[in-house]
Design a protein around this ligand. Structure first.
Ligand code: ADP
Length: 257
C-alpha cells in the first residue's frame, strides 16, 4: 500500500505539472494556430502562405499533444466505490509511523459502511497530506481529529466560479490544535510552491484541492494563529443521474473483504 501511495503521489505531482503546463501551452498555441491560418489564407506571397501552413500545422500538432497529455492525466484516474471505513483505516495505518507520542489522534467515523463513488488512493493521499501538515503544525504535541458527517450545503455556501451544486455532501474534516496560520499565510495557502517550511514543497494543498475538485467537491479551511486549523472536504453524494442522494450503505455480506 505504501508503494502504491508513493506512486500515486508521484503521479499526482506529474499530473499537476502536466495540467498546468497544458493549460499554458494551449494558451500559447491557439493564437499561433490562428496566426498561421490567417497567413495561409491572406498572404499575397505564396512563400508566406506556405509559411502560414507550416505554422498552422505545427500549432495544430502541438494542441493535439496537449490534449493527449491532459487525457493521459485524467484517464489514469479510476472511479470506484470508496468505503468510508476502509479509507480511514488505510489512512490510520499509513499514519502510524508518523505520529509523535505527543500527538493524540482521534478518528470519528459516523458510518464505516457509507460508500460513494471516487478514487480511494487519491482521497487517501489527500487526507494523508492534510494529516501530515496537521502533525507538523503541532511540534509540541496536541490533538489531531478526523471527523466525518453528512451535511446539506445551501446555495449561498458556494462562491463564484465554484462548480459544485447545493445538496447532500459527505464532509471529511481534519482538525488540529497546532500553531494555526496568520491571515497572510491563509491567503496564499493554495498557491503552487507556497510553503513556510524549510523542506516544504508547497504542492500538498494544491494537490488536495485538485483531488477534491476531481471528485466534484470543494474544500474549506478555517484557522486561527495560535489556536489550530480545520480543513473540511466536501464530497457530493450523487446517483447515476447526477442527483444528490443519501449515501449508499454497503451490505457487509457483499463486500468480500
Ligand atoms: P508544504 O506542506 O510542503 O509547505 P502545503 O501546500 O501542504 O505545502 O502547505 C502550504 C503551507 O500551508 C505550509 O507551508 C504551512 O505554512 C501551511 N499549512 C498547511 N496546513 C497547515 C496546518 N494544519 N497548520 C498550520 N499551517 C498549515
Amino acid at each position: 500500500a505504501e508503494q502504491e501511495l508513493i506512486r500515486a503521489q508521484r503521479f499526482e505531482s506529474l499530473a499537476l505539472l502536466a495540467g498546468g503546463l497544458s493549460h499554458d501551452l494551449r494558451n500559447l498555441l491557439q493564437p499561433l494556430l490562428l496566426a498561421g491560418d490567417t497567413l495561409e489564407d491572406y498572404a499575397d506571397d505564396p512563400r508566406l502562405a506556405r509559411l502560414g501552413t507550416l505554422v498552422r500545422d505545427c500549432g495544430r500538432r502541438g494542441l493535439e499533444m496537449v490534449s493527449s497529455m491532459l487525457s493521459f492525466a485524467r484517464g489514469a484516474r479510476r472511479a470506484e466505490q470508496v468505503k468510508l471505513g476502509a479509507l480511514l483505516e488505510a489512512l490510520n495505518l499509513l499514519l502510524q509511523g508518523s505520529i509523535p507520542r505527543m500527538v493524540r489522534m482521534d478518528v470519528d467515523v459516523f458510518d464505516p459502511d457509507v460508500a460513494f463513488e471516487g478514487n480511494h488512493t487519491e482521497l487517501q493521499q489527500c487526507l494523508l497530506n492534510l494529516c501530515l501538515n496537521a502533525i507538523q503544525a503541532m511540534p509540541e504535541g496536541g490533538v489531531l481529529r478526523i471527523e466525518t458527517d453528512m451535511v446539506s450545503l445551501p446555495e449561498d455556501f458556494f462562491s463564484d466560479g465554484e462548480q459544485a451544486t447545493p445538496g447532500r455532501y459527505l464532509r471529511l474534516s481534519v482538525v488540529d490544535s497546532g500553531h494555526g496560520m496568520p491571515p497572510e499565510v491563509l491567503q496564499r495557502l493554495f498557491e503552487p510552491f507556497f510553503t513556510t517550511k524549510e523542506a516544504g514543497t508547497g504542492l500538498g494543498l494544491l494537490s488536495c484541492k485538485r483531488i477534491v475538485a476531481n471528485h466534484g467537491g470543494l474544500m474549506r479551511v478555517r484557522s486561527q494563529a495560535g489556536e489550530g486549523t480545520e480543513f473540511h472536504l466536501y464530497l457530493p453524494l450523487r446517483n447515476e443521474d447526477g442527483d444528490h442522494v443519501e449515501p449508499q450503505i454497503m451490505d457487509a455480506s457483499l463486500q468480500g473483504e
